[in-house]
Design a binder for this molecule. Sequence first.
Ligand code: 13P
Ligand code: SF4
Length: 305
Amino acid sequence: MKVDIDELREKILVLKKEQNAVLLAHNYQIPEIQDIADYLGDSLELSKISRDLKENVIVFCGVKFMAETAKILSPKKKVLLPVVDAGCPLADMIRVEDLIMLKEKYPDAWVVSYVNSSAEIKALSDVCCTSSNAVNVVRNVPVKKIIFVPDKNLGWWVQKNVPEKEIILWQGYCLVHEQFSIQDLRVVREFYPTAEVLTHPECLREVLEESDFVLSTAGMLKRVKDSESKKFIIGTEEGLIYRLKKENPEKHFYSLGSAKTCLNMKKTKLENLYNALEKGQHVVELNPEIIEKSKLALERMVSYV
Ligand code: 13P
Ligand code: SF4
């Protein structure tokens, strides 16, 4: 049966109102979800927004670690993740026992965890960071030695920008961003020599080294708005290009190589959003002790930047 998109949108908006719910969506979500969201943003923006909402129910269109972060920052609210298995393979690349082992090996180090990690990893961390504030967070940590988990490329980028710190890197990576190659970058630059190259810090280090700007998704949106340039080569998940084009119709965007898709970010469709609101699914539940400990690491992040 073909469902009419406008009808589905209407139904979602009615349910949203009845339930005093708010829709948060990450910049990589499909266009239909981006268009219906109350708030659209990168990990940091959405974390900050989720702390200050007045609605009772937060529906998070993104991946699990993002919905968990909203729950940690607003523990009294009901947080729904419409697709229960929308995960982040990068976040799953470090286990609690791995981090405990690292902490035992380097007892003087602080643990800085990228928000793309589980709530349990955050609970064992001293401070969290996102792609937009990682350099500043690490700069502000009051010790020299840092265990940085789980993304090796972001960790490398931070080390390059904060040489005064000694960073122990975990070897996790994003399957999507690691597909952007240096060969792709060089070829696309030849095609569009005047274009600015904007890449996400989860890309390979050689790609980061040859980029004009290394930015979070919100950072890319800002750079495009502020720049005089008309052409941009985008080294991040393709969902952002929809928003870039929508907000900057006079500018041109090219993916770095063929467009790269995060399958987990694309799992949430309007039907899932409708079901989430109608059936109250899937509720994010976390152990209160985990919430309390991980909240400290997230709040410290916000206080540092
Ligand atoms: P941003 O915080 O830059 O939006 O990145 C989130 C993410 O998952 C990147 O892959
Ligand atoms: Fe995780 Fe990579 Fe998808 Fe971002 S793009 S949610 S890091 S798998």
